[in-house]
Design a protein around this ligand. Structure first.
Ligand code: KG4
Ligand code: ZN
Length: 344
């Protein structure tokens, strides 16, 4: 049995997080400090984020160890978010992790944040289920990404689709802003949509061409913008609920269409893994569960948005699957701010 106590560190955006995992699956602690100061600006301010990470990281590390009831000498390896993310924010986590790994003389595993989100959906699945997942179609639907991967095993990520413009969560945030709803906008739109009738108006269908494995969200946002301008003198709260419901329906049906198309190509797929902040949406969960013939798995709500348990979980598999673990004693790698596989 491969036993390992692994520390995860996350600081890519506006959440500082530290977690302790045993054997890549048992979460002994998962501490998150969310930065609330960005709300008043309607988005994350990179410089403020970096400063707040600096203040939070050491107390968070102490409390994660305390809750896991371990001391630093019990740590077998450290996994840290290498990218993508805000450069100043990432540097706080990676510098702390590099210093810690050197002083403890333990391996340091650089983890891709977007890939790690998928492990948020795997965490919590019973052992016998985890063995039946692959090949899997894995979705990361967040404020920054609308990505679909084919995964043959826990560390193999083949990107097969992404957005050509806005990410799905970003579109929710922008439409919420048009409606003067608080940031982040996803939960507020979902709540209004629940009271509305999605069928009372028609939204344009984005990326209708079935064989284009790409997403697009900026046209949908622009459509809502012109609709709100046109109706501004007559808008009622019921009409806003209907608009939210119709918008939400099309935002997620676009994903459903693309997943259905991907399944017609990757016919040996055994599961759908859905992750990222948008995976918290209950309508989205029901839509996929109802229309996809193979099992869809979603993260526990606490592992939908940014956390360090998912970083430690992927780090564990990277270590376990590595043919030469000596590479994890080399800390000369650099952080990266943009997702490496996507042309920008
Ligand atoms: O994964 P995440 O916490 O952060 C990154 O972007 O990495 O995702 C945040 C995104 C935001 O755009 C937020 O509006 C969206 O997830 N979101 C939702 C819901 N909860 C969060 N979107 C739709 N419905 C929700 N219930
Ligand atoms: Zn994230």
């Amino acid at each position: 049995m491969f036993e390992m106590m692994i520390l995860g560190i996350e600081s890519s955006c506006d959440e500082t997080a530290v977690a302790v995992l045993k054997d890549g699956i048992h979460v002994l602690s998962s501490k998150i400090a969310s930065q609330l100061s960005h709300a008043r600006y309607g988005g994350v301010i990179p410089e403020i984020a970096a400063r707040e990470h600096l203040e939070s990281i050491v107390p968070l590390y102490d409390s994660a160890l305390e809750e896991a009831k371990i001391s630093s000498k019990d740590i077998d390896a450290i996994a840290v978010t290498q990218g993508p993310g805000l450069m100043g924010a990432l540097l706080v986590g990676t510098s702390f992790a590099k210093g810690l790994a050197k002083s403890l003389q333990k391996p340091l595993i650089p983890v891709n944040h977007v890939h790690a989100h998928i492990h948020g959906a795997i965490l919590g699945l019973p052992e016998n289920l985890r063995e039946t997942l692959y090949p899997s179609l894995a979705l990361v639907v967040s404020g920054g990404h609308t990505h679909v991967y084919v995964m043959k095993n826990p560390v193999d990520f083949e990107l097969i689709a992404s957005s050509i413009d806005d990410a799905c969560g970003e579109c929710f945030d922008k439409v919420a802003k048009l409606l003067h709803l608080p940031y982040p906008g996803g939960p507020a739109i979902e709540a209004l949509a629940r009271k509305g009738n999605a069928k009372s108006l028609v939204m344009p269908r984005m990326m209708e061409q079935k064989d284009r494995m790409e997403f697009s969200y900026s046209g949908l946002k622009t459509h809502v913008r012109y609709l709100l301008e046109k109706e501004k003198d007559t808008l009622t709260s019921e009409r806003i609920q209907d608009i939210c419901a119709a918008f939400q329906k099309e935002a997620f049906e676009q994903i459903l269409r693309k997943v259905q198309h991907a399944l017609s190509i990757y016919t040996n797929t055994r599961s759908i893994l859905v992750s990222g902040g948008v995976a918290a949406n209950q309508y989205f969960r029901s839509l996929l569960t109802e229309h996809i013939p193979i099992p869809s798995y979603f993260p526990n709500l606490k592992y939908c948005s940014d956390n360090a348990a998912m970083i430690a979980a992927l780090g564990y598999h990277m270590y376990k699957n590595s043919s030469d673990t000596k590479v994890f004693y080399n800390d000369t790698w650099e952080t990266y701010s943009r997702y490496e596989d996507v042309k920008v």
